[in-house]
Write a protein that binds this ligand. Structure first.
Ligand code: G3P
Length: 219
């Protein structure tokens, strides 16, 4: 399972990359705004800065909601760097744009996915990645993980190439369950990735090893 980090914060991206487990980055307009990045030139420069940190696969989201606007914007985003994946919302013109980008060899990430029907449409249009939002479904009392399981099953039935990119993860159990289900990729905040490190028996075991070593050395 690939790990993407869901942030536009350069320090967090560097920290995840330095850990050696990062396969890519996802952003969205809210995450860019959170970093105070506004204006087309600044947004593009920020995407370039992210691409300079990681090896590949940086999702950059279009703001347009009509086909022509999404195509124009997506092409401009794709020109920033070969690592860019154009993120397109799951709306009618978005599906058309995904089909267009697929024909042009531009990778896409279909975002704001909340149903199996939407997942089938995106796969048929040729999306490279599909982003179902687990946490936001959980927020309204639908089981987000059930949706991931359903989509993985459907994609396996037909051998779709679209990769299931589980998004809106809120905690480590979301990540572990996605691995059990067989999601291709997860994207999450840094704290979910670093949360995987934690176990009290690791901490107490290491403290004991170091204490025994010091004692034997007469320290
Ligand atoms: O990748 C999607 C993600 O940014 C949404 O996460 O926590 O805002 O639901 P969240």
């Amino acid at each position: 399972m690939k790990f993407f980090i869901d942030t536009a914060n350069l320090d967090e991206i560097k920290e995840a990359y330095d850990l050696g487990v990062l396969d890519g980055v996802t952003t969205n307009p809210s995450l860019m705004a959170k970093e105070g990045i506004t204006g087309d030139d600044n947004v593009r420069a920020h995407y370039k800065a992210i691409c300079d940190i990681v090896d590949d696969k940086v999702s950059a989201e279009v703001i347009s909601t009509d086909f022509d606007g999404m195509v124009k914007e997506g092409k401009e985003l794709a020109k920033i760097d070969d690592k860019i994946v154009v993120k397109v919302p799951m709306i009618k013109d978005g599906v058309k744009a995904i089909k267009y980008f697929s024909g042009e060899g531009i990778r896409t990430n279909c975002t704001l996915v909340f149903s199996a029907g939407q997942a089938i449409l995106a796969a048929k249009a040729g999306a490279t990645y599909l982003s179902p939002f687990i946490g936001r479904l959980d927020d309204i009392s639908f089981d987000g993980l059930d949706l991931i399981e359903q989509i993985v099953h459907i994609y396996q039935n037909y051998g779709y190439d679209t990769q299931v990119l589980a998004a809106s993860l809120r905690h480590t159990m979301h990540l572990i369950k996605c691995a059990e289900i067989g999601a291709d990729v997860i994207t999450c905040p840094l704290k979910v990735i670093t949360g995987l490190l934690n176990h009290p028996l690791t901490d107490s075991g290491l403290a004991k090893f170091l204490a025994d070593h010091a004692k034997a050395a007469g320290k």
